[in-house]
Design a binder for this molecule. Structure first.
Ligand SMILES: Cc1ncc(COP(=O)(O)O)c(C=O)c1O
Length: 391
């Protein structure tokens, strides 16, 4: 047989670097031992039983076929019910598309709103998959680093400055992964208006809205009437359903029509069984969800109490999400080096903020999707490192 060089992979693929989260995960796997894993971005709870039962029943009842590209009407109605109940939003089920996790909604919005070479404005630090998906859409990321001195509040002026006629979309993520910040309505409104003036959409990602410790009980979308907002959410975090791959997009008619048009090219629709699980999650008893919420709140309080009692380091108070964003700028080296030292010498796995965009340099993301016992051990170890290295 003739020797052939392997076929060429696309530049798109070759350009992808492992995310900081993946990188730390691989280092941790290679190291092994009794590591405290604080890099994880998913609830440590299993999906509540009533949701699983409802899905199983639906599957036995024949819900094993494709649904429409918009999703099953029962699920879209459930989204409308939840949006009114928990988010202060009046949503028409016709303006909902069911998607395979918030991740798919993000891709559909990027594909729907940008042409090759267009720009997408991304305040950072941010969840790294945004940047990856911007690449999939053939667009360019325009980073707007947020200021730690302002606890990573949304800097409307800086975001607006980055918007121009080549901007396809502006990303706003609140509660934020990784900073835990919930944005005030005013800067979000200013950004949405400036985007509307440029004929540009806003992708408002509220996947952590179920972990809003400020209990505002409203979506930021309820404060906006600019007609250019694609709101995404998912069952993943609030309902401990990451593996079901189920989320939704709510938006104005043109954006929803575009997402439905694009959908046959991605997944066509999320799993029909998952959509039935979603109906139970959104409209059934909320008791297990409230218990998980309370557990996360207790951990949030514990983690921040511990950080406050440490010398040298600090963290902006987590208003929502299950992350604390630890300021390690007083320690020696970059946050990547600090994360690697913390892993190698103290057996705690974190995510260096510099891998989440330039706005995250000097910070470590700690997830409190872990038991209080493990958090205690992890924070003991972090404290030991900080005290050992204190100048
Ligand atoms: C900010 C943010 N948006 C979207 C997602 C993706 O959520 P899903 O698992 O529903 O695709 C994540 C997951 O970590 C996230 O942190």
């Amino acid at each position: 047989m003739t020797e052939r060089t392997p076929p060429q992979l696309s530049e798109r693929t070759r350009k992808i670097e492992p995310t900081a989260i993946r990188y730390m995960y691989s280092l941790a796997e290679a190291q092994g031992g009794d590591l405290v894993r604080l890099e994880i971005g998913e609830p440590d709870f299993d999906t509540p039983g009533h949701i699983i039962d409802h899905a199983a029943e639906a599957a036995h009842g024949g819900a094993t076929h494709y649904t429409s590209n918009a999703g099953a009407i029962e699920f879209r109605e459930a989204v409308a019910e939840k949006s009114a109940r928990d988010h202060g939003l009046d949503v028409d089920p016709e303006n909902v598309v069911a998607v395979a996790g918030a991740s798919e909604a993000i891709l559909l919005v990027f594909l729907a709103t940008t042409d090759f070479g267009d720009e997408i404005v991304l305040p950072t630090p941010a969840w790294p998959q945004y940047d990856m998906q911007i690449g999939f859409a053939g667009a360019e990321t325009v980073e707007v680093p947020l200021s730690p001195e302002d606890d990573f509040a949304l800097d409307a002026d800086a975001v607006i400055e980055a918007i121009n006629d080549d901007t396809g979309c502006v990303v706003v993520n609140s509660p934020s992964n990784p900073t835990g910040r919930i944005y005030e309505p005013e800067p979000v409104r200013a950004v949405a208006e400036a985007a509307a003036d440029h004929g540009t959409y806003v992708l408002l990602d509220e996947v952590y809205s179920g972990l809003d410790f400020e209990e505002r009980g409203r979506s930021l979308a309820s404060e906006l009437d600019t007609g250019n907002v694609g709101l995404i959410n998912a069952c993943s975090k609030e309902h401990a359903m990451t593996g079901w791959r189920l989320g939704w997009l709510v938006g104005p008619d043109p954006l929803i029509d575009a997402a439905i048009k694009l959908h046959p090219g991605t997944t066509a629709s999320p799993s029909s069984v998952s959509q039935h699980a979603g109906v139970a999650a959104l409209t059934g008893t909320q008791e297990p969800i409230e218990e998980m919420y309370e557990a996360f709140r207790e951990r949030r309080d514990y983690v921040h109490d511990r950080i406050e009692s440490m010398p040298v380091v600090s963290a902006p108070y987590t208003q929502g999400s299950f992350y604390a964003f630890l300021d390690v700028r007083e320690l020696e080296g970059t946050c990547g080096e600090i994360a690697e030292r913390l892993l190698a010498d103290y057996e705690v796995v974190t995510v260096p903020g510099g891998g989440l965009g330039s706005g995250g340099e000097g910070f470590l993301r700690l997830s409190f999707a872990n038991s209080l016992d493990r958090l205690e051990l992890g924070l003991d170890r972090i404290e030991r490192m900080v005290r050992d290295e204190q100048a």
